[in-house]
Design a protein around this ligand. Structure first.
Ligand code: PLP
Length: 435
């Protein structure tokens, strides 16, 4: 009852929203369906905190689902956008900001010589696959179960029956003729990769992977796994695409490819690169990127691509990251958080396991180890949902699903972690005591 009143304005907005927008949201996970909850509506954000329309504050570990590595409303980003917007919002001609951001991205991400900006991660992965198909003259792609590459038809595929068979649509509206071109195998499974490539390698255009899986909780690659992907794709003449939409500028300045020392053929970026604005990008060596129109023959375009406000925000965010190089600090804070949550869960008799890679983190309520999506499915979803709602009521905003990575920003201080761990402890106590 208290909570109902406490979130009254959010509740009213949600009632209006569901009448005019499917599920009341513009992206499904925002509806809190996986935790049997209702969304709160945000009024503003500062640093590590969000404030909802009812004035309730939350420590935010969602951070716009990844982009806000400096926290909300970082002054350097806000000022850059304010300066940019006074000059106009978009011109439809090239601008200096696009060149500057492209130069910076190419300098930071080891495998990139050229980059093309688009408006979302989805657009970028779709474009990268088109380019890979053009370059190789082949049609098949291979992805991993539990990896998310945006909502393009090719990626909404689930494994068919049996190992290394061609995919089935995972959503109505996706033609099976398209998902038949997508192979799906388990992450961290060397044998499955080798078998799929032995069987289909000569028809494979690209293997696409989240080098650190952040869309099934958080699953780091096992030692040697990314190298195996590099070797195997080279062997069969397919391109290796790193989808670094989440890991880019998040697990290291140069992304997972810098952290693990693997050079993919194509890299997909998003999230952090836009500083909270809609930006995606794909890039690679000059020789491959030269195939993209108008330099080459592979078509791809965008009315608002390279938008100057978005470029300014991205540049400002990358400038701060380059200056501060905060990844060691972020990782140690995230580690303290994850170790604290796992320890609290075990104290209450809940099996738990966790992982941290840079500023990405994850906790599973299961014994683990979690090496792939199937392992992740062992989590106690019911327990997670109840724990989740208690944490939210306590003022901590975790991702509303047991299968999403958490994030941390440079704005999260030790006091935030302490406060969070206290809320976690109280929430677990309440949930376990209630049975
Ligand atoms: C978020 C995400 C995408 C999709 O990006 P959008 O901007 O939501 O379209 C693609 N790949 C990965 C790894 C992501 O995390």
């Amino acid at each position: 009852m208290g909570q109902m009143n406490r979130r009254e304005l959010s509740r009213q907005l949600y009632e209006r929203a569901v009448r005019v927008t499917p599920g009341g949201v513009n992206s499904p996970v925002r509806a809190f369906g996986a935790v049997n909850g209702e969304p709160f509506f945000t009024a503003s954000g500062t640093g590590s905190r969000l404030r909802d329309v009812d004035g309730v504050e939350y420590i935010d570990y969602v951070l716009s689902w990844g982009p806000l590595i400096l926290g909300h409303a970082h002054p350097h980003v806000v000022e850059a956008v304010q300066r940019a917007v006074r000059k106009g919002t978009h011109y439809g001609t090239p601008t200096p900001e696009e060149v500057e951001l492209a130069e910076r991205v190419v300098a930071l991400v080891p495998s990139l010589e050229m980059v093309r900006f688009v408006n979302s991660g989805t657009e970028a992965t779709m474009s990268a696959v088109r380019l890979a198909r053009a370059v190789t003259g082949r049609d098949l792609i291979l992805k991993f179960e539990g990896c998310y590459h945006g909502h393009g038809d090719s990626f909404l595929a689930k494994a068919g029956s049996g190992l290394a068979t061609l995919g089935l649509p995972s959503s109505p509206g996706v033609p099976k003729e398209i998902t038949r071109l997508t192979l799906t195998v388990p992450y961290n499974d060397r044998g499955a990769v080798e078998e799929a490539l032995s069987r289909h390698g000569d028809r494979l255009a690209a293997l696409i992977v989240e080098p650190v899986v952040g869309n099934a909780g958080l699953i780091p690659p096992e030692t040697g796994f990314l190298q195996l992907l590099r070797d195997e794709t080279q062997r069969v003449g397919a391109l290796l695409i790193f989808d670094e939409v989440m890991t880019g500028f998040r697990v290291a300045l140069g992304g997972a490819q810098e952290r693990y020392g693997i050079r993919p053929d194509l890299t997909v970026l998003g999230k952090v690169i836009g500083g909270g604005f809609p930006v995606g990008a794909y890039g690679g060596p000059r020789q491959i990127m030269a195939r993209v129109a108008p330099q080459g023959d592979v078509y791809q375009a965008g009315t608002l691509s390279g938008n100057p406000l978005a470029m300014a925000a991205g540049l400002a965010q990358l400038e701060v990251l380059e200056r501060e190089n905060p990844y060691v600090r972020l990782e140690s804070r995230a580690t303290r958080l994850v170790e604290g949550i796992v320890a609290a869960a075990r104290r209450h008799g809940v099996p738990a396991t966790g992982a941290v890679v840079g500023s990405m983190w994850g906790v599973y309520f299961c014994a683990g180890p979690v090496r792939n999506f199937e392992d992740a499915l062992a989590v106690d979803r019911e327990l997670f949902a109840r724990y989740y709602r208690e944490c939210l009521d306590g003022g901590v905003f975790f991702a509303p699903s047991p299968f999403e990575a958490g994030f941390i920003s440079t704005a999260h201080g030790d006091a935030d972690i302490d406060e969070t761990l206290a809320v976690v402890e109280r929430s677990l106590a309440k949930v376990i005591d209630q049975g």
